[in-house]
Design a protein around this ligand. Structure first.
Ligand SMILES: [Fe+2]
Length: 334
């Protein structure tokens, strides 16, 4: 009898691995941080569900999921920026989910109305200035960067970058297409040089006095401060639009995929990422803001100061992407 059971088990090991193999969830992620790996390990310890990770750029992952079609092993896509979540949504890779846990934890404007995706962390896109050159009283809004008095003082990265596209998408939502176009033209006429580099190189150039102002995501600055750089002494932050719309924020987020073979595990996994400890690992790994109210911040992030954020729906940032690209092109923001 015992022998028969052993034989049965042995046969099953070969023939029915799905029954005996440990639970897993297959994650395609466009985020590349060591702390994210720690998150996945913590999830395994807590739930017994192993995370199988594939990392690539967001566009490459979306294309891969589309190509794999109904045979895709992917359960969850994690990506960065509402604009990219929108691209994934448009490609039809997500499926609607119902989760009371996620609906309670993730603010409504940071999740898709049908549960196609959920925000996990937030990033603010702010104006920075060279402290030695001083902080002008006339610069408190994104719109002010288009004022003629700042001619030749602004440096910024290319308009092909999704962070700029999403920022303009937000301005379109608040001010309309015409005003957004006038703003982009005004900023272009204030540029010191052709748009170039990334947020980090523009922060360095503002610190060096090469440029007086730039527009960057807060975590690049916080990262440099956390690494012990004296950049925080040379570069100041203006959280724009505190008296009206609030500062533009964007999200990284995750959604369950249409053909997810481990759907239940996928939902559990995203729920886990919104628990307080997991939220702090997101913050610690990249100096972003937690999407769940009340989660901790790093010292470097705290040093940037508090601010009121724009509560525009992240879906709108996605919907206005195409209009934003057209405006950047028309304005000559390369
Ligand atoms: Fe980034």
């Amino acid at each position: 009898m015992r022998f028969a059971i052993q034989r049965l088990l042995l046969l099953c090991l070969i023939a029915c691995p799905g029954v005996l193999v440990a639970q897993s969830v297959n994650v395609y992620s466009a985020r590349h941080y060591d702390t994210d790996l720690q998150l996945y390990e913590n999830f395994r310890k807590q739930t017994g569900i192993k995370v199988n990770l594939i990392e690539a750029s967001s566009d490459a992952l979306i294309q891969r999921i589309v190509n794999e079609g109904q045979y895709s092993p992917a359960d969850v896509l994690i990506t960065v920026d509402a604009g990219r979540l929108y691209r994934a949504e448009e490609a039809g890779v997500f499926s609607a989910t119902e989760s009371a846990v996620l609906n309670a934890r993730v603010p409504e404007h940071f999740r898709h109305p049908d549960g196609l995706w959920y925000g996990l962390s937030k990033r603010a896109r702010v104006i920075i200035y060279n402290k030695a050159a001083g902080k002008p009283d006339t610069l408190t809004r994104y719109q002010d960067l288009a004022k003629p008095e700042f001619k030749g003082q602004v440096c910024v990265r290319s308009s092909s970058n999704i962070y700029n596209i999403s920022l303009l998408a937000g301005l379109i939502a608040h001010d309309g297409n015409e005003a957004a176009k006038a703003w982009a033209e005004g900023v272009v006429s204030n540029l010191k040089r052709r748009p170039q580099g990334n947020d980090t190189s523009n922060i360095r150039d503002v610190a060096l006095g090469e440029c007086r102002f730039s527009i960057v995501n807060t975590y690049y600055l916080a990262r440099m401060i956390a690494d012990g750089s004296d950049i925080g002494e040379k570069v100041g932050v203006i959280f724009p639009n505190q008296e009206d719309t609030g500062t533009h924020v964007n999200i990284s987020g995750a959604g369950v995929l249409k053909y997810a073979p481990n759907r239940e595990n996928a939902i559990k996994f995203i729920e886990f990422l919104t628990e307080p400890d997991a939220q702090y690992l997101f913050v610690e790994g990249n100096h972003e803001y937690p999407v769940v109210e009340g989660a901790k911040l790093t010292e470097a992030v705290k040093s940037l100061g508090e601010f009121r954020e724009d509560d525009l729906d992240a879906s709108v940032l996605g919907e206005n992407q195409a209009a934003a690209v057209r405006i950047f092109d028309a304005a000559g923001w390369h």
